[in-house]
Unconditional design. Structure first.
Length: 109
């Protein structure tokens, strides 16, 4: 399949509440798929910033992950994002979301 078809179609990922609205039925605030993607991207970027990485929305259905050297990767969901982050991360140990330095930094925010 070409990359354009992958962007135009596809099912929702299990991490998206729009894919399983019954799981989040008690939500009190108005909800849209775009708002959820924006909130998730902001939260993930707090973690990725520690590694010099940045996640951005691309076409409302995919994300683009940018590394500190300008390398990029297109990812469809958070599972793919972590694998791509390991590839783009400049640290030899990769991108560990449970890194004690990262957790301490996030606790300070």
């Amino acid at each position: 399949m070409c990359s354009l078809c992958g962007v135009l179609g596809g099912r929702g990922h299990w991490t998206e509440s729009a894919a399983t609205p019954e799981t989040f039925a008690s939500r009190e605030q108005p909800h849209t798929r775009a708002r959820e993607r924006q909130m998730r991207t902001r939260l993930v970027n707090k973690v990725l910033d520690h590694y010099g990485l940045r996640l951005g929305d691309w076409s409302g259905g995919t994300h683009v992950l940018r590394g500190p050297t300008g390398r990029t990767a297109l990812v469809n969901n958070l599972s793919e994002m972590w694998a791509a982050a390991d590839d783009l991360c400049r640290q030899e140990s990769g991108c560990d979301p449970l890194d004690p330095d990262l957790l301490q930094r996030l606790a300070g925010d």
